[in-house]
Each structure stands twice: as structure tokens, then as C-alpha cells.
Design a protein around this ligand. Structure first.
Ligand SMILES: [Zn+2]
Length: 410
């Protein structure tokens, strides 16, 4: 029934005992024969690193903390934004504007006071990844970009740490376990990143709010199985979840003997520059960029250029830049005749990917004065919010303190 009182990886390090409080807290785990007291002690001894406290990171951190993972490290450097709340269930409206790590630590510690939360307030890079990951038994990847995903994969392979991977987009999720024993790694499955302008992020393409909840919970289940040494892991299998069809499909993933990092003769023996690796070959037709500050100044000056929003009408209804004209990217080609190819024109979208594509289309069509907004309306809104906070702070310092008399009259 129960395994021997050893670590899940078979090493002989003694397992920490459970206190009477913990026995009560985890009683429904202890009742499961495959977990029992030994399994719970293994969870208590475990050190797990969750990378990213966002959509996937929320259910991951909540369930791993609730399950009693003794040391839960979390890497994040972001602050809570209102647009996070439809899926990032770690946070509430009151947390908007606060660092995610602070809000997450508070919430997780309140959920389970028996565990230690270790916040890592940093962006994971080639310079720090090995040092951060080294201290953990297992990594759970909740990142939303390819550069970090390859970085996490390579670091896990180099350090020999299992990596529970997931990725989500709109209605679909992918899930696997990489770098576990003789299993494949992420590069065995995807040796090269996709071209950057073909991959919209959640900020660009959207995501169903409940999707990371489902996929992140599956990821947490995989982590718990690996930590307790039970069941059959997803190593060597890729699970695809489709919320629209409500279907799960499974694909075999084999280890590639020629893999650049886990193959027989690896060419990657230390971490590389992942931003460069994922940026891909530069398109010779570069669309000039404009940043938020410059766009603001341009729009405030007389004779402002035509500002075109290439997102969908639904996206524009949520937030748009005043004075912009909506021409969704799929309709741009048909609208080209209505635009003056010699007049200055500025394009924007949600994050700066579609506007770049639109810029190329126009430039190939003979437009000579096209620019696009770097970071899209996401960057614009962040800057607007910062200005608003600044203005409020300034107004506060400039207003003389109210007298007792006027306060009581108010
Ligand atoms: Zn590999």
C-alpha cells in the first residue's frame, strides 16, 4: 500500500514528520492509500518552483500550497492588472496595482500556514535561472512566452530537474512533463521557436478565463504525482485539451537523440540568449516603431497623422486611443485604396504584433510613411495609468490640508 518512508526519488534523506495540526489539515489526503502519511511527508519535504504567478500560476500555486508542498518558490515581477482578474484567481480587485508576489504570498500563506512561500521577485534570465532553479526539486512552468519557456527547459535539462510544462491559448491547452528521467525535453518536441509574428500572446489573442484553471489544475496534479512518486506521469506524452470540443487528445513525444540540449552530443551546454533565439531571423522589411511618449506628443501637435487601430471591433470597444480609425487587420487589404500612401500613418494593435504585420502589408503596397506603436495599446494604457497616479499624487501634495472646520462641514 504505502511506499517505504523515503523520498519519491528513492534517496534516503529522512522525511519530515507531520504535526497533529498537519495530520488534521491533510486528513483527506491521508485517507488515499496511494498518498497516505508517507506521500504527505514527501509533499512536505518537497521544494517546488512555480515560474509565473499569472493564469496558470494561480491555480498551480493555490493547489500546490493547499496540497502541502513544504516549500513553494514563485518567480514573478509583474503587478496585478484589472485585465488579469478574469482568470488569475489568486488576486482580487483590491490587489490591482500591487506586485503579484506580495498579493500571492499573502493569499497562499492564509490558505496554508504550514508551508513556506519563497518569493523570487525577478525576471528569469540566462544569468540567474540556474541559481534560482538549482535549489528546487521540481519546476512547474506557467510562463506565457517562448523565450522563458526555452530558458526554463534548458536550465531544467542542464540541472536534471523535472519540468511540468503547460501552455494555453484561447480555448486550448497543452501539457507535458519534460526532462524527467529518460524522457524528452521541450526542444525534442519543438527544436525551433515559431516565427515571432505568428504567435500572439494571451494579451494579444485572448484566453478563456477558465482555461488556465483547468490546465493549471492538471499541471498541479502532475506535480503532486511526481513528488509523491505515484501514477503514470505525462513524460513522453503531450496532452492537448480543447475546451470548445471538451476533448482531451494525447500524442506520443519521443526523446530526440539529436536534441540540441538533451541529445547524445548536445550543442547547448550552457544557457544562451533566449530573446535573440526566439526573435528569429529579422524580416528585411522592418516597420519603423513609435513609442508611447512620442505618439502622445505627435497626437497633441497640430496636423496629427492618421492613427489606425487594426484590432477587432470588440477589442476597440473595450479600450481605444482617442481619434483613431478602426480598420481590423483582415479588412486592411480591401481598405488600402481609401488611404493615402504618401501621408504619415500610425498603426496600433493590442501588443504590437498585428500592427507590425499591418505595417509590412502597407509598406509592400507602396506606403512610405508608416510607423507602428511599440507595445500596442497595452503599453499606452500602462503609461496612461502611471500618469494618472502621478497626477493624483501631485494634486494631493498641492492641496493644502483641510481645516477642522471645513472637514466637519463636509
Ligand atoms: Zn531534448
Amino acid at each position: 500500500m504505502n511506499a517505504s518512508p523515503r523520498q519519491a526519488d528513492g534517496t534516503d534523506a529522512p522525511l519530515p514528520p507531520l504535526t497533529p495540526d498537519e495530520l488534521q489539515h491533510y486528513s483527506r489526503h491521508l485517507l488515499i492509500p496511494q498518498i497516505g502519511r508517507i506521500g504527505q511527508q514527501r509533499l512536505k519535504a518537497a521544494r517546488v518552483l512555480v515560474i509565473g504567478a499569472g493564469g496558470l500560476g494561480s491555480p498551480l500555486a493555490l493547489y500546490l500550497a493547499a496540497a502541502g508542498v513544504g516549500t513553494l518558490g514563485i518567480v514573478d515581477f509583474d503587478t496585478v492588472d484589472r485585465s488579469n482578474l478574469h482568470r488569475q484567481v489568486l488576486y482580487t480587485v483590491a490587489d490591482v496595482g500591487s506586485p503579484k508576489l506580495e498579493a500571492a504570498t499573502r493569499r497562499l500563506q492564509a490558505l496554508n500556514p504550514h508551508i513556506a512561500i519563497v518569493p523570487h521577485a525577478l525576471r528569469l534570465t540566462s544569468d540567474n535561472a540556474l541559481d534560482v532553479i538549482r535549489d528546487y526539486d521540481l519546476v512547474v512552468d506557467g510562463t506565457d512566452n517562448f523565450a522563458t519557456r526555452y530558458l526554463v527547459n534548458d536550465a531544467c535539462v542542464l540541472l536534471g530537474k523535472p519540468n511540468v510544462y503547460a501552455a494555453i491559448f484561447r480555448f486550448e491547452g497543452m501539457l507535458s512533463v519534460f526532462a524527467h528521467r529518460d524522457g524528452p525535453c521541450y526542444r525534442c518536441l519543438y527544436p525551433e521557436p515559431p516565427p515571432p509574428d505568428l504567435v500572439p500572446s494571451c494579451a494579444e489573442g485572448g484566453v478563456l478565463g477558465v482555461l488556465p484553471g483547468i490546465v493549471g489544475a492538471l499541471q498541479a496534479a502532475e506535480a503532486i504525482k511526481l513528488l509523491t512518486g505515484i501514477g503514470e506521469s505525462l513524460a513522453g506524452r503531450l496532452l492537448q485539451f480543447d475546451a470548445l470540443r471538451m476533448s482531451l487528445r494525447e500524442f506520443p513525444v519521443e526523446r530526440d537523440p539529436h536534441c540540441a540540449v538533451c541529445g547524445a552530443r548536445p550543442s547547448i551546454r550552457q544557457l544562451i540568449d533566449y530573446d535573440q533565439f526566439c526573435a528569429g531571423p529579422k524580416d528585411p522589411l522592418a516597420v519603423p516603431e513609435i513609442d508611447v511618449a512620442e505618439l502622445r506628443a505627435t497626437l497633441a501637435a497640430p496636423g496629427a497623422p492618421l492613427l489606425v487601430d487594426v484590432r477587432s471591433a470588440d477589442e476597440a470597444a473595450v479600450a481605444r486611443i482617442d481619434g483613431s480609425t478602426l480598420i481590423p487587420l483582415p479588412e486592411l487589404e480591401d481598405a488600402i485604396d481609401r488611404l493615402d500612401p504618401a501621408a504619415p500613418l500610425i498603426l496600433y494593435c493590442q501588443g504590437g504584433v498585428r500592427s507590425e504585420r499591418a505595417g509590412r502589408l502597407l509598406m509592400r503596397g507602396g506606403f512610405t510613411q508608416v510607423r507602428h506603436l511599440r507595445g500596442g495599446i497595452n503599453a499606452w494604457s500602462t503609461a496612461q495609468a502611471a500618469t494618472h497616479v502621478q497626477a493624483q499624487a501631485q494634486a494631493k501634495t498641492q492641496t493644502p490640508p483641510q481645516s477642522t472646520a471645513s472637514r466637519s462641514a463636509a
